[in-house]
Design a protein around this ligand. Structure first.
Ligand code: NAP
Length: 461
């Protein structure tokens, strides 16, 4: 009897593998040369094999074919005049990937590397991340190849206004709700909100999140992604009998996610010894002075190398990947995609890293993830670990529609509960689908099931 069941199961698993491989090949053919998008899709698809083996009706419903094709990808021209009166032209994007469980929701990234592949990888991941938060939000993402570095405030404002004059046609509080990401913070959201308000002739607070506190922003939104990442990693550590207390931590980047991951890790008793920007990293054996980093990055808009002018006992090293050679117990990549490759992962492992928590989106390559998992490093994948930002964005939407504001403590406490819940769901799914402790598999499955069931219930269109 057992042999028969296992034979049946074997056939189902083989069929599921064939299905996943076939659809992945279609995704590659249909989206040629979009390597980041392929990478994100591959990671999710590989995790879902046991789901299709157990629930073959998802294959009949062509859920993978449908979930990997965006509802729409909008690409548009953004022209604006710089301070010298020269006309500049950039390209804007918005991918509205999937709105099965709520309006499209996801950030806007302003960075010269932005292209369709990057926006699609981020939008695809966002579907599952948003589902994990337990909030009613679908997946989307957008941005532009505009480089905000070195631009004046007036240039940033004119760019944001031009960007929104096109994007504004496609979004709305019940349609699509953008937010910030790399290169887009409260200032840029403010300029875009102003332009949207002017276009609509109405104050629709719920159209954007990450707004200023005076006009509908949520307390604790700025801190949410970094704090949330640390809350998630803390749960994972506790389960293994470990903790942040007295551990040595390395955090890459020095932007929004990094700063608040450092703050919360320190609050929990960790010593954070290194952080970086795209030029290089600082190592401070006494522990990074966060006030200095905040002043340099949030107030003065300076490079991280300036840290050593205030703290000459610290060391600045040119080149950002070297940060992974700094020995640590816990590594929190919080800068950008693919910042930890195979070689960096091997160095982290050989230096005895115990846990890796992804604050950035897809910061580890697929090879790096395999190295962590093969070496029993506790691994908190991005779509679960950094979901705190979008979770608090959804709380901002809820406050906007109820026309009220919660205190920072209330929002932080809800964030903490959400991150604990995401950890629990990811862990339970990993156990149910025979990959105990593999939170990559667990979070992909837990995020997928709710969306897939919704797609089945809502029919084919
Ligand atoms: P941010 O405020 O613009 O900061 C990005 C930081 O990363 C900057 O310090 C930047 O340095 C640095 N950086 C960029 N490329 C780097 C590299 N190759 N090596 C080292 N440092 C590098 O952006 P953010 O909002 O913190 O976002 C960081 C990551 O978190 C992104 O992957 C984003 O998608 C993800 N994320 C953000 C949120 C959110 O709420 N903000 C939510 C979920 C996920 P430079 O100044 O030199 O460019």
């Amino acid at each position: 009897m057992n042999t028969t069941i296992s034979e049946v199961e074997k056939t189902q698993i083989e069929k599921a593998h064939e299905y996943v491989n076939k659809v992945f090949e279609q995704v590659k053919d249909r989206n040629p040369n979009e390597n980041e998008f392929h990478q994100a899709v591959k990671e999710v698809f590989n995790s879902l094999v046991p789901v299709f083996a157990k629930h073959p009706h998802y294959m009949k419903q062509a859920i993978l074919e449908r979930i990997s094709e965006p509802d729409r990808l909008i690409s548009f021209k953004v022209s604006w005049a710089d301070d010298n009166g020269n006309v500049q032209v950039n390209r804007g994007f918005r991918v509205q990937f999937n709105n099965t469980i709520g309006p499209y929701k996801g950030g806007l990234r302003f960075h010269p590397s932005v292209n369709a592949s990057i926006i699609k990888f981020l939008g695809f991941e966002q579907i599952f991340k948003n589902s994990l938060t337990g909030q009613p939000i679908g997946g989307g993402k957008g941005g532009s190849d505009f480089n905000p570095k070195g631009k004046s405030d007036g240039e940033i404002m004119r760019f944001c206004q031009s960007f929104m004059s096109e994007l504004g046609k496609y979004i709305g509080p019940d349609i699509d709700v953008p937010a910030g990401d790399i290169g887009v913070g409260a200032r840029e959201i403010g300029y875009m909100f102003g332009q949207y308000k002017k276009m609509r002739g109405a104050f629709e607070a719920g159209v954007l999140t990450g707004k200023g506190l005076g006009y509908g922003g949520s307390l604790a939104r700025k801190e949410a992604t970094g704090y949330g990442t640390v809350y998630f990693v803390d749960e994972m550590l506790k389960d293994a009998g470990l903790s942040f207390k007295d551990s040595t931590v390395v955090v890459s980047g020095s932007g929004n996610v990094s700063i608040y991951a450092i703050e919360k890790a320190m609050e929990l008793g960790a010593k954070v010894v290194a952080c970086s920007d795209s030029n290089g990293y600082v190592y401070d054996k006494n522990g990074i002075d966060l006030d200095t980093v905040k002043r340099l990055k949030e107030v003065e808009n300076k490079r991280i190398r300036e840290y050593v002018t205030v703290h000459p006992e610290a060391e600045y090293v040119e080149g950002c990947t070297g940060i992974w050679a700094v020995p640590c117990d816990i590594a929190l990549p919080c800068a950008t995609q693919n910042e930890i490759n195979k070689e960096s992962a091997e160095i982290l492992v050989s230096n005895g890293v115990k846990a890796v928590g992804e604050g950035a989106n897809m910061p580890s390559t697929l090879e790096a993830i395999d190295i962590f998992l093969d070496n029993q490093v506790l691994f908190a994948p991005a779509k679960a670990a950094n979901a705190g930002g979008v979770a608090v964005s959804a709380l901002e939407m809820a406050q906007n529609s109820a026309r009220l504001s919660w205190t920072k403590e209330e929002v932080d406490s809800k964030l903490h509960d959400i991150m604990k819940n995401i950890y629990r769901m990811s862990k339970e799914a990993s156990e149910e689908y025979n990959a105990p402790g593999n939170l990559v598999v667990g979070s992909n499955i837990a995020g997928f099931l709710k969306v897939a069931d919704g797609m089945v219930e809502q029919g084919i269109f």
